[in-house]
Design a binder for this molecule. Structure first.
Ligand SMILES: [Zn+2]
Length: 464
């Protein structure tokens, strides 16, 4: 499966995940496509980066998910105790696996410490309180000064109002946040040491964001907002990191290559074509550069040239599932679904049945309009949605396959599930109500449809 782009049928999903993020204003405001990026290769790499850290933190049983957010600025945060959110920009800006692993270790520190969204909530709340206090204080001062000399006492009272709550809130907030950040740093370094990894990358990344650095001075950086980084904190981190026996440990070259491949893929899908060619000029013969150019060639319409480039990649790494996935996706989007089937089958098998790739295969089977594929498509898509229940694409394709078979009860149910995952509750309820009339009362399909009809709109959604 691919990363989203503005002009294509989006394979990214706005799921229940997105709704969990609704309270975060920066995300609620964005209007540039789906908030979440789904890509097996990138997700798999981030999972491998994070798994040992979660294990050593005692969180391996919590089934913590890594969610990639469609944002180019650097950010990573935890918000609900079940997920670590990472902007794709954080991957792009991390030159080594160790740098992003350090960030994940710090975020795991927040998870393990149970800091979670409390900190962000407290910050948002305190910021609001601070603004209100400032406005009230300023109002009082203006009123006071207008009263003239005879009311000098009131004017001073106004100034006192400003300094009072604002300063108190500010101090409480700062100490609260600092404490949590220091705890997360300490926990992060401990996790890295316990897994035999260097905390150098974590230090390098945070140093970049030190509050008095040029980077931070540029203003409203979301990472600095959620992770204030005074110089003394970074100094303390450096001391901890340097004292580790792993300080100088280098990333495994094979892992560095996979990291560079994912960064190349993200660049190719998310950045302007001229930017992609500037980062990966044709003079650069490395595998990541060739990957980026193959992707951008297919995205910009030259299917024949893209396929030739992808075949070159496959020759170099014949067991890389993501090259076959790319070939299949290029063919599928190039309106050649029958030709997409073989490479997608290969990608499914090489990726150990990655559900997002299975969904793409299901989509290709359905898109052929060949009824001989209908049963197989249904079987593959059902298996995929059972393991990956938050991607609407699987249900949407399943609905089409059932429709082709003439099973309209299942088709309505699957359409309802797709609509529900897209956050379209009104359509989900309508389709589920119709599905209920097609199933016998009390059958599993009827029960699932009934669940959707009865489901409460998720927070932030319109209930009608
Ligand atoms: Zn933090």
């Amino acid at each position: 499966m691919a990363l989203p782009r503005k002009t294509s049928k989006l394979t990214a999903v706005a799921t229940a995940v997105a709704l969990a993020m609704a309270p975060i204003p920066a995300l609620a405001q964005q209007a540039k496509g789906p908030p979440v990026i789904r890509d097996t290769e990138a997700e798999q790499l981030l999972r491998e980066y994070t798994r040992p850290i979660l294990r050593t933190a005692g969180l391996e049983k919590q089934n913590i998910q890594i969610v990639i957010i469609n944002e180019s600025v650097f950010n990573a945060f935890v918000a609900d105790g079940r997920r670590i959110f990472v902007n794709y920009g954080a991957m792009m800006q991390s030159e080594t696996p160790n740098q992003i692993i350090g960030v994940m270790a710090h975020e795991t520190g927040h998870l393990a410490g149970g800091h979670l969204s409390k900190m962000h909530e407290q910050m948002a709340q305190a910021q609001t309180q601070m603004i209100i206090a400032m406005l009230l204080g300023a109002g009082a001062m203006v009123a006071g000064s207008r009263g003239g000399n005879s009311n000098g006492g009131l004017a001073n009272a106004g100034a006192a109002v400003v300094a009072g709550p604002q300063e108190m809130i500010r101090r409480t907030l700062i100490s609260y946040v600092r404490q949590q950040e220091e705890n997360a740093d300490r926990a992060g370094v401990k996790f890295l040491n316990a897994t035999g990894q260097s905390a150098k990358g974590m230090y390098e990344t945070f140093k970049r964001f030190t509050n008095d650095s040029l980077f931070a001075a540029r203003g409203a950086d979301p990472y600095v907002q959620s992770h204030p980084m005074p110089a003394e904190r970074v100094a303390a981190l450096e001391e901890m990191a340097r004292s580790s026996p792993y300080w100088d440990k280098k990333d495994d070259p094979a892992l560095q290559l996979r990291h560079d491949m994912v960064r190349a893929k993200i660049s190719a899908f998310m950045e302007r074509q001229d930017t992609v060619y500037r980062r990966y000029p044709s003079s650069n013969d490395s595998l990541p550069a060739r990957y980026a150019r193959a992707i951008t060639t297919y995205l910009h319409g030259d299917l024949r040239s893209a396929l030739a480039q992808i075949d070159g990649l496959i020759q170099l790494q014949p067991n890389n599932p993501y090259f076959y996935e790319l070939r299949g996706q290029a063919l599928l989007e190039g309106a050649k679904p029958a030709e997409a089937i073989a490479p997608l089958r290969k990608a499914v098998s090489l990726s150990n049945n990655a559900p997002l790739i299975e969904m793409l295969l299901g989509q290709a089977l359905v898109a052929t309009d060949n009824k001989a594929y209908t049963e197989e498509a249904i079987a593959i898509l059902r298996a995929a949605v059972a393991r990956e229940s938050e991607a609407p694409l699987g249900y949407a394709q399943l609905a089409m396959a059932y429709g082709r078979k003439g099973d309209f009860a299942q088709a309505d149910l699957a359409s309802a599930q797709a609509a529900f995952l897209r956050g379209d509750n009104k359509t989900a309820r309508e389709l589920a109500s119709r599905a209920k009339t097609r199933f016998a009362v009390g059958t599993p399909g009827w029960v699932k449809a009934d669940d959707i009809v009865a489901a409460k709109p998720l927070p932030g959604q319109n209930s009608n």
